[in-house]
Design a protein around this ligand. Structure first.
Ligand code: SF4
Length: 95
């Protein structure tokens, strides 16, 4: 669940990058899992989503946003949920 208090202020400049995302207009179910999706089905869906992210001109902005708001649902910035959780946890408990 994202930490809503970390969302950027509601000004166009903070959100404009989303207009340039390669996922824009695509089926969102590729980026967000359905309830009870597990195992290889989830891995393959995430892999297809990440393939789109790799070509995305705003990958860095998207990833920074996800890590800032601590988004752990879906594929963001080329990272899956497990990767997002790991990086967010690392930010809370730096070595
Ligand atoms: S990096 Fe991936 S999830 Fe983020 S805007 Fe681009 S295509 Fe969409």
């Amino acid at each position: 669940m994202p930490e809503l208090s970390r969302l950027p202020v509601p000004v166009t400049e903070s959100w404009d990058w989303q207009l340039r995302g390669s996922c824009r207009g695509r089926d969102s179910s590729l980026f967000f899992h359905q309830p009870h999706e597990r195992g290889s089905v989830r891995q393959e869906r995430e892999a297809r989503a990440k393939q789109i992210c790799r070509q995305c001109p705003v990958l860095r902005e998207c990833r920074a946003h996800a890590l800032t708001v601590e988004e752990t649902y879906g594929v963001w910035g080329g990272l899956g949920e497990g990767e997002l959780r790991k990086l967010i946890s690392r930010n809370h408990h730096p070595a």
